[in-house]
Structure formats: C-alpha cells, structure tokens
Design a protein around this ligand. Structure first.
Ligand code: SF4
Length: 323
C-alpha cells in the first residue's frame, strides 16, 4: 500500500482550543498521508489529539476548538478552503465517521430505519421507497438479524452491538471513500467488540473503502491495521507499516506503548507502564514534548523539537536519537 495512490494528506495541521485557562494546543503541526484502500490506525493515549485530528478532516471540531493552520487535501481538494455548503456534501457521502458511543450517535426519538433513510434522502435524489430499500440492504450488509423488523425498531429496543451496526450502516449508506472509525468498540463488551471489528474488516475488504481506525488499543492495531501512526501530545511521533512498527519500534514512546501490552508469554512478567503523565497542553514542555518521560532524553531534546526523519521502507520517526 505504501507509495500508492494517496487519498488524504494532512499538512502542518494546528487545532487549538481557546479556553478560559488558556490556549490548549490539541494538535500541533501534524503531517500525515493516508493511501487509498488501506486500513490506517491512529494510535495514542486518551487526549493525544487523534480524535480532534480526524474531526478536523470533517471540519467538525467542536467549539471552543478551531483549526488554526494547515492543509487537508482529500482526493486532490483542500477541504479547509471549501465553502461550508460543499463541505456538507463531502460529509457522509465521501467521508463518514463511526463514533465511539452509538447511544449518542442515534436519535432516541426515531426508528433505526428512519435515521438511515434520512441520511440517504438528504444526499441523494431518490424516492422514500428506494431509500428504505437501500436501508434494508445496508442492514443486511452489516449483518443485523431480522433486518426488516429492526428497521422499525427504536434505538432503546436495540443492544449496544446492534446500535453500532446501525451507525455503521448509516456511515456506509452513501458509499464513502473514507470511513473513520473513532474507538468504535470502546463502549461495547468484549465479544461484541470482536464482532464489530470483524464487520469493519469485511466491509473494508468487500468495498475497498479506506478505513482510518482511531484507537488507544494496540491489540486492535495489530489485528486490523496495514499502517500505523503513533501520536503523542498533539503530534505524530512515528509512522510505519504494522509489522515494522511492532517488530522494530523506534520512538521511545512507541516502545513504551508496546511494553504495556499483555501477551500470552508474559503472563508472569509485570507489564511496564510509561512513567509520568501526559503533558499540560496549555504549556507543553519545550523541545520534544515527550522529554520529561523519556529515559533517553538528551540536552538537545529539551531545546529542539525533533523533525520527522525517514528511516527507509516508509518508517518515519520524530526523535533526536536518529538525527
Ligand atoms: Fe526521547 Fe529525545 Fe527522542 Fe524525545 S527526542 S523521544 S526526549 S530521545
């Protein structure tokens, strides 16, 4: 997939939140390229800016957040330059998002079928009958049992896993080119999580849609992704092919994340957590933002922000150890 046809390129993205306590630099000078047809994982601890980055792609950063700088090129078009009317056409029809909690994504007052057909009718010139027919097809695609009956069900009549399938069917209803799944299984129990991941994998294969998974779970990354970007404190610190990242992690933060994964062979070993806490994003540390937690920190790390270096085979790392 590497070196293929790019579908999304983010350049120098900065997203800040203007709060009473000060300016939170949630995303700072972020660069990323995603290729058509791949499954890409954006990974990092809670609050590292991964969801904000992908919301910026849809131009749905909630206030008091604002996209301050950067370019987001989707299929050759800079989304940040589009009028809102054009952007609305792209949301849902070309890029769609499956959010973390299906309970908040669905409106409790309307049936699952109504909410799916509404999306279709808002973007396509089709009759209500054919939109309903399309919704029924989609319910079958996402493997909702008794799809005809479920179309008439209200969200409270559906289980968590079923609701996430409905949300996924809505996200797929307009054949998007890019599907962003933001921690799509976090709110679900473990067996249902596995089913939803399996479903996303199938859909990605069947329809060739480009899938971006936002997750803090390295197990999900290993299971699903072709390529991975690791984020720390608002910036990408490492990008690599999934095998390369797990086999040869370079950034000290990535190494820490991998050491914190339980494995069958390490049952009696203590899992290592990364010492320290994520930095204050109003006054982030100078230089490399990871330096207060890094066991390899040098003087230069406290002064200069490391630039992204290409280590070959598409493996990129932002760390002074390699410059
Ligand atoms: Fe550690 Fe320095 Fe690399 Fe940052 S730049 S991760 S502080 S070695």
């Amino acid at each position: 997939m590497r070196g293929g046809d790019e579908i999304l390129r983010i350049e120098g993205l900065c997203v800040y939140f203007y709060t009473y306590a000060g300016v939170v630099r949630a995303v700072e000078d972020l660069n990323l390229t995603i290729y058509r047809g791949e499954t890409f994982a954006l990974v990092g601890e809670t609050g590292c800016g991964k969801s904000v980055t992908m919301r910026a792609v849809l131009r749905l950063v909630p206030p008091p957040g604002r996209i301050v700088k950067g370019r987001i090129i989707f299929d050759g078009v800079d989304l940040l330059k589009l009028p809102e009317k054009e952007m609305r056409k792209i949301r849902g029809s070309k890029i769609s998002m499956v959010f973390q909690d299906p309970n908040t994504a669905l409106d409790p007052l309307y049936t699952a079928g109504y909410q799916t057909t509404e999306t279709i009718l808002a973007h396509r010139k089709v009759s209500k009958k054919s939109a309903w027919q399309r919704a029924l097809e989609l319910f079958k695609v996402v493997e909702i049992p008794e799809p005809k009956r479920r179309l008439r069900a209200y969200p409270h009549e559906l289980s968590g896993g079923m609701k996430q399938r409905v949300v996924t069917s809505i996200a797929l209803s307009l054949n998007p080119k890019l599907l962003i799944a933001d921690e799509p299984t976090t709110a679900l129990d473990v067996t249902i999580q596995a089913q939803i991941l399996e479903l996303l994998r199938d859909l990605q294969r069947k329809y060739g849609v480009t899938l971006v998974m936002i997750t803090h779970n390295m197990g999900v990354v290993a299971d699903m992704a072709d390529r991975v970007a690791v984020m720390y404190a608002g910036s990408v610190v490492e990008v690599a092919d999934v095998y390369e990242l797990f086999g040869n992690p370079l950034h000290p933060y990535t190494k820490g994340l991998l050491r914190a994964i339980p494995s069958l062979t390490s049952r009696n070993e203590r899992l290592q957590s990364i010492p320290g806490t994520v930095p204050n994003m109003i006054r982030p540390p100078p230089g490399c933002k990871f330096h207060p937690r890094c066991e390899y920190a040098m003087d230069v790390c406290k002064r200069e922000r490391p630039r992204m270096i290409d280590m070959g085979k598409g493996h990129l790392v932002a760390c002074h150890l390699y410059s």
